[in-house]
Ligand binder design. Structure first.
Ligand code: NAD
Length: 398
């Protein structure tokens, strides 16, 4: 019997549990749910059904639900040699802090997805309790588009990515862990050269806040009378918005080039322009590749996805409390800004997005383009951890 700990009880955790149990006949799951209410609901759901189901392409795959053991005890959760967090980035800190005192040397702790700056936070928390003998694995994206069908019982996996990038600390573990996670997840896990590459290659943190700002900044107060009238998110990118997103992406490429020039031999091949990334990620799903705007507008994968909204009395309004801002800015875009600042690259377009969108959500990260806002300490910008130079960033990789 092989135990794996899954931390999290949301959509991604349901998909991961189904995948791990379907792929590993002898696998059992320790499901660590520190939030009491969620833990109780999950345990109740498991005890009232004998199987846990994953639905993929219309087929239903069931596994015995008694292979999932729910726990709120961090000591028990840390007993598995492989621990996978499948939670939004703002939950990584609390979970790492709870498990840290109980981890063994050589434990593998993974984040699926890592988002950006995970390495600074994990080093800070695990280092504080002398757990630096752990292996940290950051996976670039959640490999599924998935939604819970019935909580604690059934998940629908709408789509599965063919490959996902991964980076490790210590770095020398990357090849081996990529193989392990390829087997666990049943897909190609591609080794990235560094955690820094993982952070800079994340495109969601450009696209999500970038579209919220460039497309929707003048529509925040607008009421959409019915669900049908809520605008599409990605497919609303017009030429002007695409130009703006392209400039954000260019700034990231300047950061990459600067690091690579200053550090010959340090390469970040998966950091590419948005335009190229869209083609690599969606390929034939994009009907018209004639411009960046058309790539967004004609991507089949983007045709149903709407801007996040909140219900108000007379209809729907754009929801600024969306994770596109509350997760992608402090655990994504701000990490890119922090890396830029550490290596001396100006990012005026990214700064504009951070300054405006953070004000929408009542946060202050930048003051006059500098990372000195009152809420920086709640982000994963490297400066929060006292890292403010290229040397400091590279040192994190060892
Ligand atoms: P979710 O909202 O369904 O689940 C979030 C879970 O996080 C909660 O159920 C809870 O178990 C846990 N959590 C939240 N706060 C916590 C805390 N303070 N302490 C401990 N646990 C806490 O989210 P999800 O859909 O599973 O997404 C997980 C990650 O994957 C997010 O970063 C999301 O952006 C990303 N993602 C999801 C999808 C998808 O299709 N669901 C696709 C791409 C990326």
């Amino acid at each position: 019997m092989k135990w794996i700990t899954v931390c999290g009880g949301g959509n991604g955790a349901h998909a991961l549990i189904g995948t791990l149990l379907l792929r590993g006949e002898t696998t059992h799951i320790r499901l660590y749910l520190p939030l009491e209410d969620e833990r109780r609901r999950f345990a109740n759901a498991l005890s009232s059904h004998s199987s846990f189901e994953a639905r993929v392409a219309g087929e239903v795959y069931g596994v015995a639900s008694n292979r999932i053991h729910v726990t709120g005890d961090p000591e028990e959760a840390a007993r598995s040699s492989t621990i996978i967090m499948v939670v939004p980035a703002f939950a990584h800190g609390p979970i790492l802090s709870q498990l840290a005192p109980h981890l063994s040397r050589g434990s593998t702790i993974a984040a699926l997805p890592a988002r950006s700056g995970l390495e600074y936070q994990a080093r800070d928390i695990l280092g504080k309790v002398g757990q630096n003998g752990c292996v940290l694995v950051g996976l670039q994206t959640l490999p599924w588009a998935c939604r819970i069908k019935e909580f604690g019982r059934s998940v629908i996996i709408h789509g599965t990515k063919k490959k996902v990038g991964a980076a490790c600390l210590p770095k020398k573990e990357t090849g081996e862990k990529a193989k392990v996670f390829s087997t666990l997840l049943g897909m190609d896990v591609i080794p990235c050269q560094s955690m820094l590459e993982l952070s800079l290659a994340n495109t969601g943190q450009l696209i999500h806040p970038g579209i919220m700002y460039s497309v929707f900044r003048n529509r925040l107060g607008e009421i959409f009378p019915s669900e049908d009238e809520v605008p599409l998110f990605y497919a609303s990118v017009d030429d002007e918005a695409a130009e703006f997103l392209s400039r954000m992406s260019d700034e990231v490429l300047t950061i990459k080039d600067t690091v690579e020039q200053k550090r010959p031999g340090f390469k970040m091949p998966s950091v590419v322009h948005l335009s190229q990334w869209l083609l690599e990620a969606y390929g034939d799903d994009i009907e018209d590749v004639s411009s960046l705007a058309r790539k967004f507008q004609s991507n089949r994968g983007y045709q149903t996805l709407k801007v996040p909204v909140t219900k108000v009395n007379d209809g729907y309004r754009v929801d600024v409390a969306t994770r596109y801002l509350t997760e992608d800015v402090p655990f994504g875009l701000l990490v890119m800004k922090g890396i830029a600042s550490a290596v001396g690259v100006e990012t005026p377009t990214i700064d504009e997005v951070i300054t405006s969108t953070s004000a929408w959500i009542g946060k202050e990260y930048l003051v006059d383009g500098r990372l000195i806002g009152r809420d920086v300490m709640t982000t994963r910008a490297p400066q929060r951890y006292g890292i403010d130079s290229l040397e400091g960033l590279i040192k994190q990789e060892t």
